[in-house]
Design a protein around this ligand. Structure first.
Ligand SMILES: [Zn+2]
Length: 126
């Protein structure tokens, strides 16, 4: 008999600076970080209200970030084509992502890196 492989969320994630990134247990609701008992294997949120809050915020963020990210990508971060616009788009996208990461931490929500790891572990986006 072998023990089950540990979840990626069981171990603290290391950031480039070596700080501990993971604060959430593997069964935490992304919105409130409270442990949940899953009613089905892919349930992520503790309640419909928290699921709706998370996805509504993601929708608003995505609408702002997508054109900036695409403009940045299409100019290779402002090094090809319309360099000024591409560079400004890259900087604006990075500023938004830094702000949203800080907002999530301050509000006691799951960080994006933890959320993506949770989605991968539950079989979403694969
Ligand atoms: Zn919750």
């Amino acid at each position: 008999m072998t023990a089950p492989a540990p979840s990626v969320l069981d171990a603290p994630a290391q950031t480039p600076t070596g700080a501990i990134a993971a604060r959430a247990p593997g069964n935490a609701c992304p919105e409130c970080l409270q442990p949940i008992e899953r009613a089905h294997p892919r349930q992520m949120f503790c309640s419909p209200a928290h699921k709706r809050a998370w996805h509504n915020r993601d929708t608003v963020r995505g609408a702002r970030l997508a054109p900036l990210a695409i403009a940045s990508h299409s100019t290779r971060g402002g090094t090809r084509g319309d360099k000024d616009t591409g560079r400004d788009a890259r900087r604006a996208a990075e500023q938004l992502m830094r702000q949203w990461d800080a907002d999530d931490r301050a509000a006691g929500r799951m960080r994006a890196i933890e959320y993506v790891a949770l989605r991968n572990r539950l079989g979403y986006d694969q």
